[in-house]
Design a binder for this molecule. Structure first.
Ligand code: FAD
Ligand code: SF4
Length: 481
């Protein structure tokens, strides 16, 4: 419990509200919507933590961040110590503090939620991580460990790959990441837009890894530029973290018309290639007055909010269930609504129509109703007979989901896969091939940043332990301030 407040006073403090860019301003701006907490707000929020002995929030965090401990250090004004505790468990705290679905993870388990609102754990995590970024000079540089002589390769630089690379480098192994694109971060770079996750944060994290000796080679596609057997010849262990970037198609007529994008293509053009945001973009995007985005997850929300910012007057989210079933984060749904996004719920598209010239002109849709729960536990959407209608749209973006890209796995017949194309692993993260590990979306088929990071961490520990028999391994170095 916080010493300076009585329990009654502590309970009476309301959950902090983060300052946000005004909705009118952000309709045309890619600036970050959430502006972070002030020092005063952070201390007041930290004081709301009851420091429960049972620590239920920790069990709700996929990487087991020592939540009460980092909050206690923050409360006592020892920010270097708070950074140290946070970094020990979480390699990308500034990212997680911004994009983790805390409301269904750590905060869902917070004791304060029983009689009010959970402690804003994600906001506090972001505060401490941002403080670290702005005060590096006050912190000791992380020591570079003595080399073990082992070489490890990581395929893909998304959150799973970056986490594994960092962990392995801290063990003293020489780590090389091969990345297919010309920049690092995976979905953190090309998927999640700047207004939710500034790219400067991904750059900072990469700089941190480079300082630890991690080498990254861009424009190398494993399965094409180099094969898995090439890697097996050159490295002592392999971690595959190539994500799930293959779009699922809508399977309706008109999908190949001009003006139809997959979410992956649309967001990559805008976030990675600056389309619509700079006059020099080599890969522009088309934006019309009416843009319809199909889907209800984070990706769909990111697309529709991006389309709005690029000038769509009527930016619509078309989803076959109701808002209550949308998998997108609650905060993002609220932000979208404030920005004037139109929610066309309980609606499924059946075809995309075109002008004579082959440009998208409308969607034909049917209305849906919710029936019995399906395998996911959500109510199954059912077609309302005779409810066909047309929805005018000049651009359609398909954001119904993604699957593993078979580019790498198709070249490795011995690699055991599930029916959906995800790579099979054992509890340590090892695939059916000895010395080859995998994690993140390529194993889970589309999950979350923190789950991908958890996989990277677990696989790194398993790789280190499997190689340890052959090395006099140094202790893992911690970040001491
Ligand atoms: P990725 O991030 O996909 O990274 C894979 C990397 O591997 C990429 O850089 C890719 O270029 C590279 N690669 C692919 N094939 C090869 C190859 N053959 N050779 C070399 N490199 C290769 N999760 C959240 O927790 N919160 C959110 O708010 C959230 N929003 C999202 C928004 C969008 C638009 C999307 C698409 C996803 C979102 N997610 C969110 C999900 C989350 O981003 C992913 O679960 C996570 O990024 C998976 O990490 P990963 O490292 O497995 O793969
Ligand atoms: Fe919560 Fe994510 Fe931080 Fe874990 S990493 S404490 S889930 S915000």
């Amino acid at each position: 419990m916080n010493d300076s407040l009585s329990l009654k006073e502590q309970r009476a403090v309301p959950r902090v509200l983060m300052h946000e860019l005004a909705a009118e301003e952000r309709q045309h701006s890619f600036a970050e919507v959430n502006s972070g907490l002030t020092a005063e707000q952070a201390l007041s929020e930290a004081a709301r933590c009851l420091q429960c002995k049972t620590r239920p929030c920790v069990s709700g965090c996929p990487v087991g961040v020592s939540i009460p401990e980092f909050i206690a250090a923050l409360s006592s004004g020892d920010l270097p110590r708070s950074v140290q505790i946070l970094r020990r468990d979480n390699a990308l705290p500034a990212v997680c503090g911004r994009v983790c679905p805390q409301e269904i993870q750590c905060e869902a388990h917070c004791v304060r939620k029983k009689n009010g609102e959970a402690v804003a754990i994600g906001y506090l995590e972001r505060y401490v991580a941002d403080w670290e970024m702005n005060n590096r000079k006050l912190l000791l540089t992380e020591p570079v460990p003595s080399p073990t002589g082992k070489k490890i390769v990581v395929v893909g630089s998304g959150p799973a790959g970056l986490t594994a690379a960092g962990e392995l480098a801290r063990y003293g192994h020489a780590v090389t990441i091969f990345e297919a694109l010309h920049d690092c971060g995976g979905v953190l770079r090309y998927g999640i837009p700047e207004f939710r996750l500034p790219k400067m944060i991904v750059d900072e994290e990469m700089a941190h890894l480079s300082a630890l000796g991690v080498v990254i080679e861009y424009n190398v596609i494993i399965g094409k530029t180099l094969s898995l057997s090439d890697l097996q010849e050159q490295f002592d262990a392999i971690f595959i973290a190539n994500g799930a970037g293959l779009p699922r198609m809508l399977q309706i007529p008109g999908e190949n018309l001009k003006g139809v994008y997959t979410a992956n293509e649309f967001l990559t053009r805008v976030n990675l290639m600056e389309a619509g945001r700079s006059n020099n973009s080599m890969t522009p995007v088309i934006i019309r007055r009416e843009v319809a985005v199909i889907g209800g997850g984070n990706t769909a929300i990111d697309c529709v909010r991006t389309a709005r910012r690029l000038g769509a007057e009527r930016a619509m989210l078309v989803y076959r269930r109701s808002e209550a079933e949308m998998p997108a984060r609650t905060e993002e749904v609220r932000h979208a609504r404030e920005e004037g996004i139109e929610f066309v719920m309980l609606t499924a598209p059946t075809a995309i129509l075109s002008t004579k010239e082959g440009w998208v002109s409308a969607l034909t849709c049917v209305k849906m109703k919710l029936g019995e729960p399906d395998a996911s536990g959500r109510q199954r959407p059912e077609v309302v007979e005779g409810s066909d209608f047309q929805l005018s749209a000049g651009v359609v973006i398909n954001a119904v989901g993604a699957a593993p890209n078979p580019l790498l796995s198709a070249t490795v017949p011995d690699l055991p896969l599930n029916k959906s194309g995800t790579i099979m692993i054992d509890s340590s993260g090892e695939t059916g091939i000895h010395g080859v590990f995998a994690g993140g979306d390529i194993v889970r088929g589309g999950a979350t940043v923190i789950l991908a990071m958890g996989d990277g961490k677990r696989a790194a520990a398993a790789i280190h332990s499997s190689l340890s028999a052959h090395i006099s391994h140094p202790d893992k170095h911690c970040f001491h301030a």
